[in-house]
Design a protein around this ligand. Structure first.
Ligand code: UDP
Ligand code: MG
Length: 318
C-alpha cells in the first residue's frame, strides 16, 4: 500500500473528442510520478450529463483500469456541481481538479506535489499569466470582472486563476463542508483560506472539441460570483437614495430662490419628465438587485441536491 494517493477529478461535458488525449497524457505523468515516489493515483471522472459518447468512453476506461472511477449525472448540472461531486467522492489524501481538454497541463503535477510535500503549503494553485488564443473582448471583460469583484468582495479572487489546483485533504474537507447551492469555486477556494502557492503558466489552448462557455454563460456566471461573494450591490440602493435626497434638496433651494426673485414662469416639463424617468430607473434597478439576492436565497432555502448521480462504477458513494 502506497502512502499517498492523489485523486484526479475531471469534470466532463461532451468531451468525447478530448478524453483519449487526456488519458494518454495523464497516464504518462501518473506513471512517472508513481515510479519516482511513494504514491498512487485515483481518477474520478464526472460526466456532467453529456449527450455524446463521453459516458461510453468512461465505461470503457473503467473496465481497462481499476484506478478509474466515474460518476454520471442525470442531466447537465454545470462544472461547479461536477467539481463538488468529485471532491465529495474522492478518497485520496491529495486531490486535484483538472479540465478534460488538457488546458490544465498534467506536466505541472510533479512540481505541485513536490511543493506540497515540503509541508509549507496546503494547496498549490495555477494561474495563467496570458490569455493567448482568447478573443480580446472576452479578455477585457474577464479582467474588468476580476477588478470589480476584488474591490467589492472581502474574499481574494485571483485574476487568471484556474480551477486546477492540488490540495491536501483538510482543504478538500473544508470545501465539501460548504454545501451552498449557488457555487462559485474561485471564491470558495479563496474563502476557505489555507496556505496557497500560486504557479503561473502560459495559457494552453484546448486540445480538441470546443469550449462549453458562451459569452452569455460567462456573463451570468460572473454575476453569480458577485452575488455569492459580495453584498456591496445591496448598498447601492442606500447610497443612491442619499445622493438623490441631497440633489433634491439642492434643487428645492434653487427653485424657491428662483421663484422669489424672478416670479413663477410656468415651464419645466422636459426636466420634470427626465426626473420621473430617472427616478423610475433607479428604483427599478435597485429593486432588481434586491431581487437577485432574494432569488438566490430562495434557491438556497429549498436545499435541493447540488447534483444527482444516475450511474457510477464506484462501489459505494460517500
Ligand atoms: N464542463 C462541465 N460542465 C459544463 C461545462 C463544462 O463539466 O456544464 C467541463 C468541461 O468538460 C471541461 C471543463 O469543464 O472539462 C472546462 O470547460 P471548457 O474547456 O469548455 O471551458 P474553458 O476552458 O473554455 O473555460
Ligand atoms: Mg477549456
Amino acid at each position: 500500500m502506497k502512502t499517498d494517493i492523489i485523486s484526479i477529478i475531471v469534470p466532463c461535458y461532451n468531451e468525447e473528442a478530448t478524453l483519449s488525449y487526456f488519458r494518454q497524457e495523464m497516464q504518462r505523468t501518473a506513471d512517472s510520478m508513481s515510479a519516482a515516489g511513494d504514491l498512487d493515483f485515483e481518477f474520478l471522472f464526472v460526466d456532467d450529463g453529456s449527450t455524446d459518447q463521453t459516458l461510453e468512453q468512461l465505461r470503457r476506461f473503467a473496465k481497462q483500469d481499476s484506478r478509474i472511477r466515474y460518476l454520471s449525472f442525470s442531466r447537465n448540472f454545470g462544472k461547479e456541481a461536477a467539481i463538488y461531486a468529485g471532491l465529495q467522492n474522492c478518497t485520496g489524501n491529495y486531490a486535484a481538479v483538472m479540465d478534460a481538454d488538457l488546458q490544465d497541463p498534467p506536466s505541472l503535477l510533479p512540481e505541485m506535489y513536490r511543493l506540497l510535500q515540503s509541508g509549507e503549503f496546503d494547496s498549490v494553485a495555477t494561474r495563467r499569466v496570458s490569455r493567448k488564443g482568447e478573443p480580446p473582448i472576452r479578455s477585457f471583460f474577464a479582467r474588468s470582472f476580476y477588478k470589480l469583484i476584488n474591490q467589492i468582495s472581502d474574499t481574494d479572487i485571483v485574476d487568471g486563476a484556474r480551477d486546477f489546483r492540488l490540495m491536501k485533504r483538510p482543504m478538500v474537507d473544508a470545501i465539501v463542508s460548504m454545501g451552498e447551492y449557488n457555487r462559485f469555486s474561485k471564491g470558495i477556494f479563496g474563502w476557505v483560506g489555507f496556505r496557497t502557492k500560486w504557479l503561473p503558466y502560459e495559457n494552453v489552448e484546448r486540445v480538441a472539441g470546443e469550449t462549453k462557455w458562451s459569452f452569455w454563460k460567462l456573463f451570468k456566471y460572473s454575476l453569480q460570483g458577485i452575488v455569492a461573494f459580495s453584498t456591496a450591490p445591496l448598498a447601492i440602493a442606500s447610497v443612491a437614495g442619499i445622493v438623490l435626497c441631497f440633489a433634491a434638496f439642492v434643487m428645492i433651494c434653487y427653485i424657491v430662490i428662483k421663484t422669489l426673485i424672478f416670479g413663477d414662469p410656468v415651464g419645466g416639463w422636459p426636466s420634470l419628465a427626465c426626473m420621473v424617468m430617472f427616478m423610475g430607473g433607479i428604483q427599478l434597478f435597485c429593486t432588481g438587485i434586491l431581487g437577485q439576492y432574494l432569488a438566490k436565497t430562495y434557491l438556497e432555502t429549498k436545499r435541493r441536491p447540488i447534483y444527482i448521480v444516475a450511474e457510477t462504477n464506484q462501489d459505494a458513494l460517500k
